[in-house]
Ligand binder design. Structure first.
Ligand SMILES: Cc1ncc(COP(=O)(O)O)c(C=O)c1O
Length: 391
C-alpha cells in the first residue's frame, strides 16, 4: 500500500483547487501586471499604524492576548464590534450576537457546518464569489444559480427558485459584488429579507466591500431589515485594514451563533487574540474611518482609469460600471473565450480571471473579471494596452 491507494472523502468528488489560486501562481513572474486577484493595494496596507497599535495593545493587555482565549471572542473586540455593527451596519444588537471569525472565509465555513447536509440546496447569484462556492461544494450542497440584474438578484427568479428547490440558504454579496461589482437596490434588499421570512430560508449576507464606495449613496444592509432572525451578516477587515490579519465577523441570532461557536471550537479554537485586539484598537482609536477615506480616494481614480482604458478595447461588448469595490466584470465578443486567451495575455504580461469560474454551472466563456486595486494607474493603462494586443 502507498499514498496512491488512499480513499479520500466523497466531499472531494469532482472538486479541484480554486482556479483563481492557480492563476496566482502565474503572477510571480517579474513585471506581470495583475488584474487577477482581489487584494488591497500595497499602499493601502497600514503597516506603520498597525505596528503602533500592536505595541499599544501588547503593552496594555499582553498577558491575556498571548494566552489561549474564548472561542466566543476577545472581550474588547466584542465590545467594539457590538457598537460598530449597530451603528455602522444597522444590526439590531439587542437581538443578535457577534462572533469573530478567521476571515469571513471561516464565517461561511461555520455557517455551512451549522446548516448544510449533503444534497441541501443553496441559492447563489449567477455569477458569484468562487471561494464561497468551493466551501458550499465541500459541504456537498447543490448550488442553485439565480439570474443577476444590474441592481442585484432577479427577484422573480429568486422567488421561483425558492418555491421550486426549497433551499436551506440564500447566499448574496449585495454591495459591490464579487465578481461583477454590482450593488443590490434598496427595494431588493427589503424584498430578500421579506422572502427569507415568508419561506423560512436563512440568508447569508456577505458584505466585505461595504465601505469601499467611490460614488453614490450608502445603502442599508439586508440584515437591518431582518425581523425574523434569519439573516446572517458576514463582515471582514480584509479589504479595509489587512487580509493578512485574517479577522472577520459574523452577526446572527444567538441560537445560530451558538452552532457556529461549536463548529469553530474544533476548527481553530479561536481567532488570534492579537489580531482581534489590533482591529478593536484600530477602530476605537478612530483610525479606521480616515484610512478608508484615503484608500477610497485612490481606488476611485484607479477604477476611473480602468473604465476609460476599457473603452479603447473593441473586443469588449459590455462592462459593469460599479460604484465601489475592487472589480469590474466584462464580456468579450461572442465566440471569444477568456479562458483560452489567458495564456496569451499572461505571455504578454497581464493577467485577469476568466468569468466562467464564477458561474455555478460554468459557461459564459466570453466573460472576465478585472481587478483595479493592485496596479497603479500607470500600470492599469499599460496592462490594458497589453491586454488589447493580446485579445
Ligand atoms: C465576496 C467575498 N467574500 C469573502 C471573501 C473572503 O474574505 P476574508 O479575507 O475575510 O476571508 C472575499 C475575498 O475576496 C470576497 O470577495
Amino acid at each position: 500500500m502507498n499514498a496512491q491507494s488512499i480513499q479520500y472523502a466523497d466531499r472531494f468528488n469532482g472538486l479541484s483547487g480554486s482556479a483563481i489560486r492557480e492563476i496566482f501562481k502565474l503572477l510571480a513572474r517579474p513585471g506581470m501586471i495583475s488584474f487577477a486577484g482581489g487584494n488591497p493595494s500595497m499602499s493601502a496596507l497600514p503597516d506603520e499604524e498597525v505596528s503602533e497599535v500592536a505595541q499599544k495593545v501588547l503593552k496594555e493587555d499582553g498577558k491575556r492576548i498571548l494566552q489561549y482565549g474564548a472561542t466566543e471572542g476577545y472581550p474588547p473586540f466584542l465590545e467594539v464590534m457590538r457598537d460598530y455593527l449597530q451603528r455602522h451596519f444597522g444590526v439590531d444588537m439587542t437581538k443578535n450576537g457577534v462572533l469573530p471569525t478567521t476571515g469571513s472565509t471561516q464565517g461561511m465555513n461555520l455557517l455551512c457546518s451549522a446548516l448544510i447536509n449533503p444534497g441541501d440546496r443553496i441559492i447563489v447569484e449567477d455569477p458569484t464569489f468562487l471561494g464561497n462556492m468551493q466551501c458550499m461544494r465541500l459541504y456537498q450542497a447543490e448550488l442553485v444559480p439565480v439570474r443577476s440584474d444590474e441592481d442585484g438578484m432577479n427577484m422573480e427568479d429568486l422567488e421561483e427558485q425558492i418555491q421550486r428547490t426549497h433551499p436551506k440558504m440564500i447566499y448574496t454579496i449585495p454591495t459591490f459584488q464579487n465578481p461583477t461589482g454590482r450593488t443590490m437596490s434598496l427595494e431588493k434588499r427589503k424584498k430578500v429579507a421579506a422572502l427569507a421570512e415568508q419561506y423560512g430560508v436563512v440568508v447569508a449576507e456577505d458584505d466585505p466591500y461595504h465601505d469601499l464606495r467611490y460614488f453614490g449613496r450608502e445603502l442599508p444592509t439586508i440584515k437591518s431589515f431582518d425581523q425574523a432572525g434569519l439573516v446572517v451578516f458576514l463582515g471582514s477587515f480584509s479589504k479595509v485594514i489587512s487580509p493578512g490579519l485574517r479577522v472577520g465577523f459574523l452577526a446572527a441570532d444567538e441560537g445560530l451563533l451558538r452552532k457556529c461557536v461549536i463548529a469553530k471550537q474544533s476548527s481553530d479554537l479561536h481567532t488570534a487574540l492579537l489580531n482581534q485586539a489590533i482591529c478593536a484598537e484600530y477602530i476605537s482609536s478612530g483610525r479606521l474611518e480616515p484610512h478608508i477615506a484615503a484608500i477610497c480616494q485612490s481606488y476611485k481614480s484607479q477604477l476611473e482609469t480602468m473604465l476609460r482604458g476599457i473603452e479603447d478595447i473593441d473586443a469588449f461588448t459590455w462592462v459593469t460600471r460599479p460604484e465601489g469595490g475592487l472589480f469590474i466584470f466584462a464580456a468579450l465578443q461572442e465566440g471569444m473565450d477568456a479562458l483560452k486567451l489567458l495564456p496569451r495575455a499572461v505571455d504578454a504580461g497581464v493577467a485577469y480571471v476568466p468569468g466562467t469560474h464564477f458561474y455555478a454551472g460554468g459557461g459564459h466563456e466570453n466573460t472576465l473579471r478585472l481587478n483595479f486595486s493592485m496596479a497603479t494607474e500607470d500600470k492599469i493603462k499599460e496592462g490594458l494596452r497589453l491586454l488589447k494586443t493580446a485579445l
